[in-house]
Design a protein around this ligand. Structure first.
Ligand code: MOS
Length: 739
C-alpha cells in the first residue's frame, strides 16, 4: 500500500504558540542593544537645535576633556561616508539618502551634527550635551497646510473624471487630512557596530537584514561581503526599521575610526527626529454618483509632506484605483517639502491614510443618497480591476461586508443621527472597507535534515515580532513531516540565503515556495543517499521507488512505518546533515495577470456621552479576506494589534511640530498619545479563508498591515452617526465635537 499522508497532522492553519515566546518572556532573547563586547564604547549623537540653517561653529573642546570621553566626531574627522546609488543592482533602498555629516546644512530639527564617544553611556550623553554648536538660523517651514512643491503627477487615470463630476447632481468635494505620526516602536532604534579591520558586523534593529547590508556597504564604501548585519529579535518596526537611519552609519564609521565596538541607542525623543514617521497627508476627494448610487467619478488629489532632500511619497491612491467600479477616475500626487526628517513607510503606507479619505467620502456620499453605506458599496463592487483591466486573483470584499454586518448586527442600525441609545449613551455605528497588496518578494531558503532527527530552515529574513519564526517552523514541519519541536528556524543574519524584507506584509507568502522547494530538494538528496550507501537498508533500490513520509524513508510499495527514520540514513552514510536550497521569484516583475490584494471590513460602535463630551470605541468587528491563515493565533494577534493602532490613529496619534523651531513638541510617550488597553474594547476578528493559491500552495497572503486599513474611517463614520459631526482631519479631538 502506498503511504498516504495524514493531513490532519499538518501544523498549517493550527493555533500555534510562538516558538520564540519562552526566550522572550524569560529575557533570554538577545535584542540589538543587549549586545556587549570587550572594550565597547558608547556613542551619543548631538542633534541640531534648529530645523533650518547651517552650522557656523562646532566647539568640542570642553566635551573632549570630560571624564571617559574618547572623542567628539563630526564632518571633519569621522571618515568618509557615501551615498546609496539610485536603482543600483545592490537592491538597496534607503529613505534618508544623505549620509550623516555630509555637509554643514541643517534641514530638520534633531539632524545629527556631531557624535560624542565615551566609555559609558552617561559620559557620552554628558559630552554630547557639552558640545557647543553655533548656527546660522533660518525660519523653518513646518507648516501644516500643504501645497505642491513638486510637479503634480498623475498616478492613474481612466475616463474623464472632471467632466463626469461637473455633470453629476449628487457629488461631494471634501479634503481629508491625516497628521504626521511617529511609529513609536517599543524597542528603541539601536546599532552596535564591530569592525575587525576588514569586515563590519552590524547588530541592528532592522526589518531587512539584506537591505541594511546592501545600503551600509555603499555608505561605508566596501564590498557587500565585508558587511554582515545581525538582527535576531525585534521589538517591532511598523515600517520605521525598513530602511537604515543615520545612527547606523555613525556607529559603523566610529567602529572603523576608533577600532572599538560602538553602541548607539537612540532616545525616544531622537526617534521622533531621525528615524522616520508617517508624513502628513492632505487629500482632496471629489466623488459623484447617479441617483441610484452608481459612482460616476472619483478624483483623489493628494499631497504629503516630505523632507527637504528626499522624495518620500505616501501612496494614498493605492486602493482608490481598484476598490470601486467607476468609469472615470483620476488620481494625482505631489510632494510638499518641510524642514522635517525624512518620512518613511508606516504600517499600511498609502492605503491607510488613503482609505481614511475615500472610505469617509463613501460614507458621506451614502448619506447624501439616503442609502445604507454597505448598499452603496455593493452597488459599486467591481467585477475586475478596472485600473489594470485584469481579473482579481481573489476578491471577497462583499463577503467581508456581509459577514461583518451579520456578526455586528448592522441590520438593527437606525441611520438617523444620534437616534440609537444604550444605558444613557448615544451609539454611533460606522463601517468601512479595507484593502492591501498581496505580493511576493524574491526569497531563498535552505533546509537541512540533520542526523539528530531534527530539521532546520535558514533564510536572511527576520522576525519583527509578527511570528515569522513560528510560521516558518510550521511550514518546515509540514514539508518535512516532523513535529514543531524538531524544527529549528534560523533568521536575522545577512550571510544567510537572501530572504525578504519584513515589509508590505509579504514575508510568509514569499517564503512558503522557497522553503517548500528547499525541503523537496533536501528530501531528494536524502533518498539518493538512502539508495547509494553500501550496506544500508535500501542500498541499490531505484531511487524512483523510494518515498519519504513524516520523517520515515521507505519504499513506495511499503508503509511508512516499515521504513527507517531519516536520521538512520544519515548515520549509515556518515552524514551530519543533508541540505536543500530553494528559491521563489518576486511577483513584481513583468505585467501582472491578476490583481492580487487582500480585503477586509471593519464595523465599529462608538459611545458618545454628550454632557461630558466622552467618546469611546465600544465594539469593533473586523472581517479579513487574506487567504489561508497559517497560524490563526498569531494572525488574530496581527489584526487585533492593527485595530488597536487604528484606534490610536483615529483618536490620538499626532506628531506636532513647533512652528518657530520646527521641533516635534510631543516627542515622548507621555505627550504622544497611543491607544492603550483602557481605550480598546473587546475586538472580534474573523478570517474568511477563501482558497486562492496564486502566491503559494497554501494560499497564504499577508496580514500585517490590512487590519489598520480603513479602521480610522469606520470610526469617523461611527462618530458622525452618533454626533452628526463629520471629522475630516485626524485625530478626532474632543474639541472638534464640542459644537
Ligand atoms: Mo510595513 S510599513 O511595510 O513595515
Amino acid at each position: 500500500m502506498p503511504a498516504t499522508k495524514d493531513k490532519s497532522n499538518s501544523p498549517i492553519g493550527r493555533e500555534t504558540k510562538r516558538i520564540d515566546g519562552p526566550l522572550k518572556v524569560t529575557g533570554n532573547a538577545i535584542y540589538t542593544s543587549d549586545h556587549n563586547f570587550p572594550g565597547m564604547l558608547y556613542a551619543v549623537p548631538v542633534g541640531s537645535t534648529i530645523a533650518n540653517g547651517s552650522i557656523a561653529k562646532l566647539d568640542t573642546k570642553d566635551a573632549e576633556k570630560m571624564p571617559g570621553v574618547k572623542g567628539v566626531f563630526h564632518r571633519a574627522n569621522i571618515g568618509k561616508l557615501f551615498r546609496v546609488a539610485p536603482n543600483s543592482d545592490y537592491n538597496a533602498f534607503s529613505d534618508e539618502d544623505r549620509p550623516p555629516f555630509e555637509d554643514d546644512v541643517v534641514r530638520y530639527y534633531g539632524q545629527y551634527v556631531a557624535v560624542a564617544v565615551a566609555d559609558t553611556f552617561e559620559q557620552a550623553t554628558a559630552a554630547a550635551e557639552a558640545v557647543k554648536v553655533t548656527y546660522n538660523e533660518k525660519k523653518p517651514n513646518v507648516d501644516t497646510y500643504l501645497t505642491a512643491d513638486s510637479k503634480v503627477k498623475v498616478d492613474s487615470e481612466r475616463g474623464d473624471a472632471q467632466k463626469a463630476f461637473d455633470a453629476a447632481s449628487i457629488k461631494l468635494d471634501e479634503t481629508y487630512v491625516t497628521p504626521a505620526e511617529t511609529h513609536n516602536v517599543i524597542e528603541l532604534h539601536s546599532s552596535v557596530a564591530v569592525y575587525d579591520g576588514t569586515t563590519f558586523t552590524l547588530y541592528e534593529t532592522t526589518q531587512g537584514v539584506m537591505n541594511h547590508r546592501n545600503v551600509l556597504c555603499q555608505v561605508l564604501g566596501v564590498e557587500p561581503e565585508h558587511v554582515k548585519v545581525i538582527s535576531k529579535f525585534l521589538g517591532s518596526g511598523f515600517g520605521s526599521k525598513i530602511t537604515p537611519w543615520p545612527q547606523s552609519a555613525l556607529a559603523a564609521a566610529l567602529a572603523r575610526k576608533l577600532g572599538k565596538p560602538i553602541k548607539i541607542v537612540l532616545s525616544r525623543k531622537m526617534a521622533f527626529h531621525a528615524a522616520g514617521h508617517r508624513p502628513r497627508t492632505q487629500q482632496r476627494v471629489r466623488i459623484s454618483a447617479d441617483a441610484g448610487g452608481k459612482l460616476t467619478s472619483i478624483q483623489h488629489d493628494y499631497l504629503n509632506h516630505t523632507s527637504i532632500l528626499d522624495d518620500y511619497k505616501e501612496n494614498c491612491g493605492e486602493c482608490t484605483k481598484y476598490f470601486y467600479s467607476c468609469p472615470n477616475v483620476r488620481i494625482t500626487t505631489a510632494l510638499s517639502r518641510r524642514n522635517i526628517g525624512t518620512p518613511t513607510s508606516m504600517r499600511g503606507p498609502g492605503a491607510v491614510p488613503g482609505l481614511f479619505a475615500t472610505e469617509s467620502a463613501l460614507d458621506e456620499l451614502a448619506i447624501k443618497l439616503k442609502m445604507d453605506p454597505i448598499q452603496l458599496r455593493l452597488i459599486n463592487e467591481p467585477e475586475k480591476d478596472e485600473d489594470l483591466n485584469i481579473p482579481f486573483a481573489s476578491r471577497n470584499l462583499v463577503d467581508c461586508y456581509k459577514t461583518g454586518a451579520e456578526k455586528f448586527g448592522w441590520a438593527k442600525r437606525d441611520p438617523k443621527i444620534g437616534s440609537m441609545k444604550r444605558d444613557g449613551l448615544t451609539l454611533g455605528w460606522g463601517m468601512a472597507g479595507a484593502g492591501w497588496i498581496a505580493e511576493r518578494f524574491s526569497a531563498e531558503a535552505t533546509v537541512e535534515l540533520r542526523n539528530d532527527g531534527t530539521a532546520k530552515v535558514s533564510t536572511g529574513t527576520q522576525d519583527i515580532g509578527t511570528g515569522t519564526y513560528t510560521v516558518l517552523a510550521q511550514v518546515l514541519a509540514d514539508k518535512v513531516g516532523l513535529s514543531l519541536e524538531k524544527c529549528e528556524v534560523v533568521l536575522g543574519d545577512s550571510s544567510l540565503p537572501p530572504g525578504p524584507l519584513s515589509g508590505g506584509s509579504m514575508v510568509t507568502a514569499s517564503l512558503i515556495p522557497a522553503v517548500a522547494k528547499a525541503a523537496q530538494k533536501a528530501i531528494g538528496t536524502l533518498l539518493s543517499a538512502a539508495v547509494k550507501t553500501p550496506g544500508a537498508k535500501y542500498f541499490g533500490v531505484d531511487q524512483k521507488e523510494m518515498d519519504y513520509t513524516e520523517g520515515m524513508v521507505h519504499k513506495k510499495d511499503e508503509s511508512a512505518s516499515a521504513g527507517i527514520p531519516f536520521q538512520q540514513v544519515l548515520d549509515s552514510g556518515n552524514f551530519k546533515f543533508i541540505l536543500g536550497k530553494g528559491s521563489s521569484e518576486s511577483t513584481f516583475a513583468g505585467k501582472p495577470e491578476s490583481s492580487k490584494h487582500s480585503y477586509g471590513a471593519h464595523f465599529v460602535e462608538v459611545t458618545w456621552q454628550e454632557e461630558i463630551a466622552r467618546l469611546r470605541v465600544s465594539r469593533v468587528v473586523t472581517v479579513i479576506d487574506a487567504g489561508k491563515i497559517i497560524n490563526p493565533k498569531a494572525g488574530r494577534n496581527q489584526i487585533e494589534g492593527a485595530v488597536v493602532m487604528g484606534i490610536g490613529m483615529a483618536l490620538f496619534e499626532h506628531t506636532n511640530y513647533e512652528p518657530t523651531k520646527g521641533a516635534p513638541l510631543n516627542s515622548n510617550l507621555a505627550d504622544y498619545i497611543l491607544a492603550v488597553n483602557a481605550d480598546v474594547p473587546d475586538l472580534e476578528v474573523h478570517f474568511l479563508e477563501f482558497e486562492n493559491k496564486d502566491l503559494n500552495e497554501y494560499g497564504a497572503r499577508g496580514i500585517g498591515e490590512i487590519g489598520l486599513a480603513g479602521l480610522a474611517a469606520a470610526i469617523a463614520n461611527a462618530v458622525h452617526h452618533a454626533t452628526g459631526i463629520r471629522i475630516r482631519e485626524l485625530p478626532i479631538k474632543i474639541e472638534d465635537l464640542l459644537v
